[in-house]
Ligand binder design. Sequence first.
Ligand SMILES: Nc1ncnc2c1ncn2[C@@H]1O[C@H](COP(=O)(O)OP(=O)(O)OP(=O)(O)O)[C@@H](O)[C@H]1O
Length: 575
Amino acid sequence: MSARDTWRALYRHFRPHRGTVALGALLTLVGAATGLAQPLAAKALVDRLGGDEPIAGVLVLLTALVVLGTVVESFGAYVLERTAESVVLAARRTLIGRLLRLRLSEVERLPPGDLMSRVTSDTTLLRAVTTQSVVSAATGGLTFLATIAMMAYMDAVLLGVTLGVIVLIGSAVALVMPQISRATARAQESVARISTVLERAFGAFRTVKASGAEERETAVVDAAAREAWRHGVRSAKWQSLAGTSVGLAVQVSFLAVLGIGGARVASGAISVSTLVAFLLFLFYLIDPVSKLVQAATQYQVGSAAIARIEEAEQLAAEEPSAAPAAPAAGPASVVFEDVTFRYRDDLPYVHHGVSFEVPGAGMTAFVGPSGAGKTTVFGLVERFYETSGGRILIDGRDVRDWPLAELRAAIGYVEQDSPVLAGTVRENLVFGAPDATDAEIAEVLVRAKLDAVVERLPDGLETVVGHRGSKLSGGERQRVAIARALLRRPRLLLLDEATSQLDAVNELALRDVVAEAARETTVLVVAHRLSTVTLADRIVVMEAGRVRAVGTHAELVARDPLYGELAATQFLATA
Ligand SMILES: Nc1ncnc2c1ncn2[C@@H]1O[C@H](COP(=O)(O)OP(=O)(O)OP(=O)(O)O)[C@@H](O)[C@H]1O
């Protein structure tokens, strides 16, 4: 990101809060002013005590100043901190609103752990830069200019000396500033790597344990944590260097002013009192310069974070579209017209001109060797990906012309590994149909042959199924996934049959569920079982990204050698 883009992005986060930041700055200034007035009141008090004058008025004034100062200052600090939290919240909400709408291809490209850490960790770094550092820069800048003006009024030559030293040391500090940003960026990348590795490990926790990979995975996380530490420490080093440079600048200026000022006093150019006053102003300069350096440091940290946040905001997302109020009913037809497709421009084509027609209703099975492109058909129907060529028509309408939410509302999709989400059975069922009534749930449970299963569960529908549904059997998970899809009352059911074996009871149950669903919706199924294909109204045989043959089981066994082979090997194994 260029420096200008960083400015612009930071300003975008700051802009909605500029009013409250200004209020916070004002309160900070008022608090500081009452602080300055306190010594004056104290002096008056001491004077009056000495002169035996009444002190009640001054005492009240002093107390009022102390109370007012404390209240105003703490309220100002609260306003700024609250605004800082609001900036973080706004950044998080923008990111969250976008992340779940990202295109599938983007999420496949970036590890989810990395995306998550941008929402959680990087946004936190915006806290200081958009509020405290703006106030520091503003108040520091103002006081700096006022003090410089006073110094100019005292003696221009000594001011020149002072500014010379400050510019010299300031330039050196400016050189290390980008180092802070770089080190912070590296540290944040390492933090993201921690999330990524942990996410991978928890996503396949059984495999990690079964492979005895705990130590190795721990070592990878450990390395990332140490890497984050290393860059964090490097950033701290540059930050402290920048911080101490203020003291150095003032000390060097002090010596230079003392030397040159002494000579000027000796030559009669200025009076001793001017030199003393000038030196005092020099010390007043420490605070504003510190604030300016601090603001610059925070800006560097913030710019590292903003780059990562912006990157996530630039990822391609799907356009939001309102779900239809009343989706059309009845089974939908599906037509593929010479569809070509590849997952990425640098990958080979997966579909080399796929064409088939499925009328509304009935069940169509897709079969073919592994990698033939069957699951990809479903990804394209759902418009998870865009085709490279050809057309896909659902109900005679190009999928690109459907509002995305309407298209997906018409479809029920059961993935191959039938994901069940953490939560209760009920939460899993209504995931795709949040408004489903208890009666509808009960009906779908019967249809998916899950009613007996749910009855057996300790808490029925409210039973927590564990992370990824690990408390359900494979067959049960599959039927929960089908029930979830059916509850959406889809016009088109896409079912990616699991390749894993099912016992006879589960297999039969699944077969009935699918057969029944096919009576009222169009069912497309990537089939791996004889029991499924014999049931199908038509079978599409795919091979290497092309449709080889279409027909019924009996027709294809007689006509298509590849199908005959599949039937003999793949399907019969499951018969
Ligand atoms: N998200 C993806 N990104 C890149 N390539 C992919 C992706 N998904 C699938 N592929 C590739 O596309 C090809 C077709 O995959 P697809 O999943 O459609 O095959 P399939 O016929 O369903 O196979 P199976 O029966 O084994 O599930 C494969 O070579 C696969 O490696």
